[in-house]
Write a protein that binds this ligand. Sequence first.
Ligand code: GLP
Length: 253
Amino acid sequence: MNWMHVGDAEELSITAARMLLSALATKPALVLGLPTGRTPEGMYRRVIGECSRQYYCFAEATTFNLDEYVGIPSSHPGSYCSYMKRNLFSHVDIDPDRIHIPNGMPPALTMRPPDISAVVALERECARYEEDLQGAGSLDLTFLGLGTNGHIGFNEPGTDFASRTRIVRLTEATRRANAEHFPGEEVPGHAITMGIATILESRSIVLMASGSKKASVIRRLATESTSDSLPASALHAHKNVLVIVDSAASALL
Ligand code: GLP
C-alpha cells in the first residue's frame, strides 16, 4: 500500500482528477470503478472542468459504481444514480450504455426486503452486475472513499474478504452518516455493493480520505493488521493501491 500526503481536500481532488484523466488519456477504453460520497465530489468537479478545457473523451470508457441503495428508485435525489448524474455523467461525453450502477429497485421489486420476491429480484440484479463486470474485462482503475468505520463501497465491518456483489444491511452509523441526503425521510436500510473480492480484482485502486472525521480510521488503516473488523484493510493484500490523504485525515499518523 503506497501513501500520498497532500495538503487539503482541494489538492486531493486535483491529484485524483489528474490520475483519472491521465489513465483515460492512456487508455480511452478504460474500465473505471467509481465511488460516491462527499470525498470524490471535488475530483468529479475537476474532471468536468478539465474535460471542457481539454479534449479528454469518456466516449470509450466504461464505468461501474461501487454501490446503490435498495428500495428507492434511481430517480430519487438521494440515490447514487442521481448523485452520479449530478456530479459527473450529465457533464461528460460518456455513452449511457457504458454506465453501470446497481439497480436497487429492479422492476420485480414491489416490496422491500425481507419480502422473498424482493430478495430474489435483488439477488438476480447482483448476479447480473457481476456478469457485466466480468464481461467488461474487469476493472482497470477504481477510486474508493472510506467510511468512518472503515467500510469501502458498502462493505461494513465483518464483511468476508471473499465477498462479491450482494445485498447488504447498512449499520446505524452508516445510515446516520448519510442522513443528510434523505431529508425528512428514512435512510434506506439496505444497499447493493460490490464485494471486497470484486473490488480487489481492479488492476489499480486509489483510496481517498479527507477531513478530520477520517483521522482515526486512517490511523487504524496505517497501523492495524488486516482484519475483517476494518474492511479497508483488505487493500493491504493488493499490489497496486495508493492511499491519498489530506493533512486533516492524516493528523493522527
Ligand atoms: C458512503 C458510500 C461509500 C463512501 C462513504 C464515505 O457510505 N457508500 O462508498 O466511501 O460514503 O463517504 P464520504 O466521502 O461522504 O465520507
